[in-house]
Each structure stands twice: as structure tokens, then as C-alpha cells.
Design a protein around this ligand. Sequence first.
Ligand SMILES: [Zn+2]
Ligand SMILES: [Zn+2]
Length: 433
Amino acid sequence: MEISFYGGASEVGRSCVVIDDKRKRYMLDCGVKLDSEDEHYPAIEAREIRRVNHAILSHAHLDHSGYMPGLYAEGYRGDVLLTKPTRDLIQLLFADYLRLNKGVSPYKETDVKRMLASTKMPELGERHGDVVFHEAGHILGSVMTELNLSKSVLYTGDVNVRPSRLLEGAARNVDAEVLIIESTYGAKEDVHVPVKDASNALIKSINATFAKGGKVIVPTFAIGRGQEILFTLENFLRSGALKKTPIYLDGMITKALRIYRHNAIYLKKEVQRRILTSDDDPFKSGYYMVPETKDRSDVIALERAVILTTSGMLNGGPVLTYLKKMASEKKNKIILVGYQAKGTRGRELLEGADEITIDDQKVQVNLEIDQAPFSAHSDWRELLELVRGMRKLKKIYVMHGEADKAKQFADTLSHEFKRVSVEVPKLGETFRV
Ligand SMILES: [Zn+2]
Ligand SMILES: [Zn+2]
């Protein structure tokens, strides 16, 4: 069996792994990577793409899914295995992606259609040929993939073992001989605080800004963290711990929310119950608002508001409109959530920039910058827990992490599992297993 890493090797972005087992070829994820200006695709040649038999998509995020339609543009004619919510969510993401990349995107709408026509949607825990999907706990519809080939393989994709407000944590005790694991928070300093503490800190931070007469911008991924934060706010508004405020939902997050509700069966039992008892439906809170004007002046004019908007790393989206108008005022606050990749405005703010550039315009940054430690990924200790549950393990490949994170996590694993060989693949590297 051969495993090749065409993306996500010592980087976060363009995840793409191909497993070649006696003429059966599986591709695990096929994403894009955006760093500052440039977009990068998996480093795989068209003829290799055409030799793949089945593609598997772990979840909707573009760093895993973004180049899947590109496979069809390059002549791939196999199927794509994914869950139903992932299929719903990628349609939203691809439409947005094509709109933003008009004329420069590596594929067209016809390729997206061709891909959607080739999807197969196994249920979690159900065997589909060589493949079994298991809950990954990362976002709606996210899965870890078990592949039963000449060796058994587990590909975690992005994974979160602990239950969140909306999802059960990742499945435990899935065994395999070969493990391909993410390492976004693989370094020893990456220790997540409990969800309860993160929630309390968020509410405290928002209340403090309200006390000063400011508004709060919370940029998030449209899918995943956005819904977690929203439900946290809703919860604290109901209990009265958060001062009464409208929550503005801007950008794709509103549509994504509908998909979440529509696929409630993939959410936590407790959330399903609340939806069914209708008068307590967390998706239909009276606090949720959408902006009415294109320039968002109706929201800017308000005395108090929490604005939940995309994109999470300030690469684009309505968050930039708000920043242009609100960043110069000291009393306002921006609360960054989760991972901020190198080269993004989010990272610049975290590193203390007092000025950022939006549409060739310099924007003074005076507003307060805070961070909410919500994560849709496990930290290294939780990842280690996941690995400890595996009995047959012989080989581990550490990917989906910046170089130092992947390296540190690999060191941690080698130290703990002396008889397992641990590798940090380089881009384009192939291993014979
Ligand atoms: Zn993800
Ligand atoms: Zn990812």
C-alpha cells in the first residue's frame, strides 16, 4: 500500500492524501489553501487524479473540499463519498467560492454539478465498500474515515473529541493499523480551556464592551464555530448573564444555520429535543437579526450589538465592511475565534498591527482585540487520548498543522508509542506501508 501526501503536509490548507492499494485508489479530501494573496491547490498532477477511483470528503470546510470540483475539471470521473450535511453545506460554500473567484477559479459551475451528481452518502457507522464513516465532532456532518484495505487506515480529517454545544464529540475506540491524524493544535502550549470557561470569558468580554458603549464584532467561519458561538450567546441571553442585545447575523452564516436546522438529526440529542419542543427552538431566537442596508449603516447606528459575521480570519466577507467603519473607535471590540493562519488580517491583528489594509485602503486599528478560545479541533492532549484508544496501531502520519505543530505532536507521539513509527510527511512525499 502506498500513501501520498499532496497537501496538508506541515501546513493547514489544501488537505489531500491518496491511498493506493493494489490498483484501488482512494483520495482523502481535496482542499484549497489561501495565504495572503495566493491560492494554492493540492500538488497532484492531472494524470494521477484520473487514476483515482473514489474520492472521500471528511467535511465541508474549503481547506478540505475546495478543490473537489477541480478534480472533475481535470478529468476525474469517479464518485465522492460524503455525508448528507456535508453535501448540503458544500453547495453553499462552492456557490460563494465561484462568486468570489469569478473568472479565476480553477473550475466552473458545471464541474460542481458534475461532482454533486457523483456523490454517495453513507450513514455514520455503516459499511460502504471499504469505507466506514465515524463521527468527528468538528462541524455538522464531519467524519473520520475508516478504510479497510490490505491494511486498515483511519483518517481523522479535522477532529474534536469533546462534545460541544451542538455536536457529540468524535467517536472513540475506532481501531486501525495506520493512522493519519491532524495536528492543528499539536504543540505543547496548545491547551484548550473547558467550554464552560471559554463561554464565560466570552460573555464577560462582551459585557465589558457594552458597559463602555461599544459594539462587538465576532468574525467566525460560516460553518462550525459560528453556530457554536451563536448558541452560546443565545443561552446566556436567556439566562440574563449577557446584557440584552440584538445579535446580527451577516454573511453565509444565516444560510448555514438553516442547513444546520434542516440536518438536526446529526446534532446532539439535546438540541434535537429543543427543536421538537418548538417553543424552545434555539434556531429561532427573537434576538437574531439580519442587517437591512447594504452598507450596514443600520447596524453601525445602533448603540449596542453583537455582530456575528464572516470571514473568520478576515480574508474577506462582510466583516471587512464593519471593520472599515468600526475599527478606528476605541470603545468597540473585535473578538477573534479560533485559528488565525499566517498571512491573514486576523493574524496581523493578533500580532498587534495598528493598521490593516482593506481594499487598498489603510484602516487605523484602535478597537480592542480579544480572543475567544473556542475551538472545533482537539488540542494535543485530546488527540493523544484518541490515539491511546487504538490497539492495532503500527504507523502514524501527522498532517494538517503548521510545521512546528506537526513536528511537536509527532515527537509527543513517538515518545509515548515507542513501537509505532511516526512520520511528518513532506509535500508530495509517498510512503510504502
Ligand atoms: Zn475544518
Ligand atoms: Zn481543516
